[in-house]
Design a protein around this ligand. Structure first.
Ligand SMILES: [Zn+2]
Length: 276
């Protein structure tokens, strides 16, 4: 179901990593039908042949943590914060690429998928999925085993991919909100530009104030790009995490609904999709 990649020689980008606070460089190269693979390689200029054996395929089998962000590992190397990058790949429909990193995380940018989308745009690599073609035979429903009010489900449809996030936060500017992104009607920027957020208290504790959108008791620390930016961002995370099924989720004829889910439930759905 994957289209051949738009051809490009090599893309490079460098931006601060959220966890290390150090520059994280990424070099992206086409591969032939190998899917999306990550490599941790300190020297991005001279990449030795044997490094190809240390790939971390972007696959649900390699998830080592879903706490706060989605971490992939091959047992030796780990890559943190894979979700925004993978969401950009899903939205741009990039399928077969090797990503060399000089750090154990991806460059972070503004907490949305903007950094990546702009890079892909600059190189004319956006080739959005036109039509979802993989049918889902039956509904998949997954409940969080520890918090039953949280669930994720994938409903088979005859239409193109869509994803809905339902949020219910006890906060005057958030409360109950729901956002749906549909391949048919929404531009990819509608979801790609939505930034991650965190409580301002936590941002201060971690020294991230002014970098990540902060939530105070009554408001946000910066103006939002969309009134429902938090739920849009959750849809962005969901799209990125579902790419760990090994198939761009935009290719499935399904409506995904996440009720207060996160990376953990996303990863469980990605596992089910990987078995189809
Ligand atoms: Zn996120």
């Amino acid at each position: 179901m994957s289209l051949p990649n738009a051809t490009f020689k090599s893309l490079e980008i460098s931006a601060k990593g959220l966890i290390s606070r150090a520059d994280a460089k990424a070099k992206i190269i086409n591969n032939t039908n190998k899917g999306i693979r990550f490599f941790v390689q300190r020297d991005l200029i001279n990449i030795p042949e044997q490094y190809l054996e240390t790939a971390i395929p972007a696959h649900v089998n390699n998830i080592s943590s879903t706490q706060r962000n989605t971490v992939l590992s091959n047992g030796v190397d780990s890559i943190c914060l894979t979700e925004h990058f993978l969401a950009a790949c899903a939205l741009a429909n990039l399928n077969n690429i090797d990503v060399y990193l000089d750090n154990e995380e991806l460059p972070f940018g503004d907490g949305s998928a903007n950094l990546w989308l702009e890079l892909f745009k600059k190189h004319n690599l956006i080739q959005t999925v036109k039509e979802s073609q993989i049918k889902l035979e039956e509904e998949i429903y997954i409940e969080d085993p520890n918090q039953a009010h949280k669930y994720i489900k994938a409903i088979p449809t005859d239409a193109n991919f869509s994803a809905t996030y339902q949020m219910d936060w006890n906060h005057p500017k958030i409360g109950k909100q729901s956002y749906t992104w549909a391949l048919d009607k929404d531009a990819i920027e509608e979801v790609a530009n939505a930034r991650t957020f965190s409580t301002e208290a936590e941002n201060q504790m971690l020294g991230l104030s002014g970098w990540i959108v902060g939530i105070t008791e009554t408001d946000f620390t910066v103006p939002l790009r969309f009134p429902d930016e938090p739920s849009r961002h959750k849809v962005l995370d969901l799209i990125g995490d579902l790419y760990l099924s090994g198939i761009n989720p935009l290719n499935f004829q399904m409506q995904v609904i996440s009720n207060q889910g996160g990376h953990y439930l996303n990863s469980l759905l990605a596992r089910e999709l990987s078995k189809l």
